[in-house]
Design a protein around this ligand. Sequence first.
Ligand code: GCO
Length: 485
Amino acid sequence: MRRRTFLKTALKATAVTAAGTAAFAALSRKPVQAAPGTAVPSTSFPDDFLWGVSTSSYQIEGAVAEDGRAPSVWDTFSHSYGRIANGDTGDVACDHYHRYAEDVDLMARAGMKAYRFSIAWPRVMPQGTGAVNAKGLDFYDRLTDTLLAKGIQPWPCLFHWDLPQALQDRGGWTNRDIAGWFTDYALAVTARLGDRAKHWVMLNEPSVVAIFGHGTGGHAPGLTGRETCLKAIHHQNLAQGTALAALRKAGGRNWQLGTVLSLQPSWPVGGLDSNYPASLMWDAVWNRSCLDPLFKGRFPELLEADFARIAKPDDLARINQPVDFLGVNYYSRMHQQPDLQGLFGTGYGSAPEGTRKTGMDWPVEPDGLSEILAELQEKYGNPPVYVTENGADYPDSIGPSGRVEDRDRIAYLRDHLLAAAKSIDEGCNLKGYMAWTLLDNFEWSEGYRRHFGLVQVDRKTMARTPKASYDWYASVIRNNAVPLA
Ligand code: GCO
């Protein structure tokens, strides 16, 4: 009942618009002060707040056939006709495999202190199991050393969607054996890099992999259906729990172990009672089906019967492992209504009238981030949290200065950081923020037509040009504060 009342009240709350920022900041109990070196008032962050950026292997690396890397499901998918906008593929991506030193320089110049990147499983274990490809690991070894030399903490993520095709051919995430395959791979990677990399992320957004990749089919491997979707969620949870336990044993307290979830509040379209059950169901699928098994050792009530068909008796105990941190990827709320065609009887509808939108038409709802952080505080034991992705696609026009003057992206980041600061004031255990993302890159089924980067990448020359948002983010890091103007 409480949630229902909360949703209704929240729906009436004023959206945070550029004009509303000052009023929003006034909600914060933090003293509003001028940051050193700036004339404008700002909201500051705790001294040890960790600033960084996130990327993922398939979206930036390229070099898909180099040094022994085998195909991933995303190579197969992007090379299948009609799957990706403009027929784009990750074959070259941002050529980060060869230009990583330049990219690390860009991070260092902006003062970033942490970098979450992902390890491409098919580079390290081309067949998914068995033989380790030393040359593949060499790349991440070089990257790790380059980061450390610049004072940037490496935050490797073991799986950001590029599953070896060889494993997909054996059922991929629909095969329960993947819990063991993933754990062996995790042990191989940490054995090589774990003397230097201390923060380890198990998975990136398991519910998204399950829903889009195994439910609706718009992402690799392009499977559809409710049962495959739920199996993919459950087996990712299981793989994560199994790997967490194995790494804890192998590394003791030397490593900080965690995972990354996509958490987006699910609201009933228009605040209507008739849409409320749909919003709860979608919340169970998207958010709780990963959160609840991990933190509470149970399935969300609305999906209990479904998961009971798939799970074995001790699975929940295996999944319910302690984590040292939780990474939260937040972009916007999800506005739900009944839809008989939907996998779970639900579908997306519109955000409240007047809500700003990004280039991808995603609603801009910074207070949704505070909502998620408050939930983690109140219902999940207030674990240490890092925002591991947050950012926006915009068309990005070149300004008079000859570079991208992305005021809209700056406003997006600013408003979300103000929401984050407010949550810290309210007692949320938020320890850091990693923007999505460093470079314009391969945005999955949308190809290269979407731009989330702080740095523009010329698709012909691969030249990197920092956008205005890059300088803005650098100044936030330098001042440890967000300017309100
Ligand atoms: C995700 C992925 C990223 C995306 C980003 C923008 O959240 O979907 O982690 O790889 O590129 O979120 O859509």
